[in-house]
Design a protein around this ligand. Structure first.
Ligand SMILES: CC(C)(COP(=O)(O)OP(=O)(O)OC[C@H]1O[C@@H](n2cnc3c(N)ncnc32)[C@H](O)[C@@H]1OP(=O)(O)O)[C@@H](O)C(=O)NCCC(=O)NCCS
Length: 183
């Protein structure tokens, strides 16, 4: 019996205004403008909050690039690039939520001066569609109750509020879910 290898289509994904692609360590300056900005870093997990400069960001990106091929699809971390000026304006990731690692979480970060243009919604829609095409049956987003922009983005994506929990990250979080039929 021949061995069948399933090759997963991976981003880059192209939307009307954006490209979602793998990170490169050469993105460190632009990535630091996203993850190092106080408006973004206040919502990050503690390990990411300690990224203090572009050099530290480069080390983080190197680790992400190395880890990417070993993540269980559709998990991954991607840069969001604006086509108009080829600028890296943010990042998206899909990861298994701790501690049970059963639920996939979508999360997103944009450079603050690009908020308010619908970029998180546009990029997320493409990534969600791609993830469901890989066979994923549901996807979650979690946000602290006072993270109003993140909650608004989850709702804009058509995600359904399913409750509040403290089972992930030891934080009280609002939980949103979407399934292929919600698209
Ligand atoms: C969460 C975050 C990515 C949302 O950014 P955002 O730009 O508000 O997200 P959206 O893509 O949903 O954009 C919606 C806004 O763009 C506007 N908009 C303009 N054109 C639009 C379009 N074509 N489609 C949708 N919205 C559009 C909407 O009216 C809305 O404006 P408003 O906020 O003034 O009401 C951003 O606030 C962020 O990086 N926060 C810090 C990190 C974080 O908390 N991440 C989430 C938890 S991990």
């Amino acid at each position: 019996m021949p061995t069948i290898t399933i090759v997963h289509m991976t981003p880059p994904l192209r939307t009307e205004r954006l490209i979602i692609r793998d990170w490169s360590s050469t993105d460190s300056e632009e990535a630091y403008a996203v993850y190092g900005s106080p408006e973004v870093s206040r919502w990050l997990t503690p390990s990411m909050r300690t990224v203090g400069d572009a050099a530290a960001m480069r080390s983080v990106l190197e680790a992400w690039v190395e880890a990417q091929p070993n993540l269980i699809p559709p998990a991954g971390r991607w840069a969001v690039v604006r086509q108009e000026d080829d600028a890296v304006i943010g990042g998206l990731s899909l990861r298994l939520l701790p501690p049970f690692e059963e639920d996939f979480e979508l999360n997103w970060q944009l450079r603050p001066d690009t908020w308010g243009n619908g970029y998180a919604t546009e990029a997320s829609k493409a990534l969600i569609r791609w993830a469901f095409d890989q066979g994923l049956e549901e996807m979650f987003a979690v946000a602290r109750p006072n993270n109003h922009r993140a909650i608004a983005t989850a709702r804009r994506l058509g995600m359904e509020w399913v409750g509040e929990t403290d089972k992930y990250y030891d934080l009280r979080l609002q939980v949103f879910r979407c399934r292929p039929s919600d698209l």
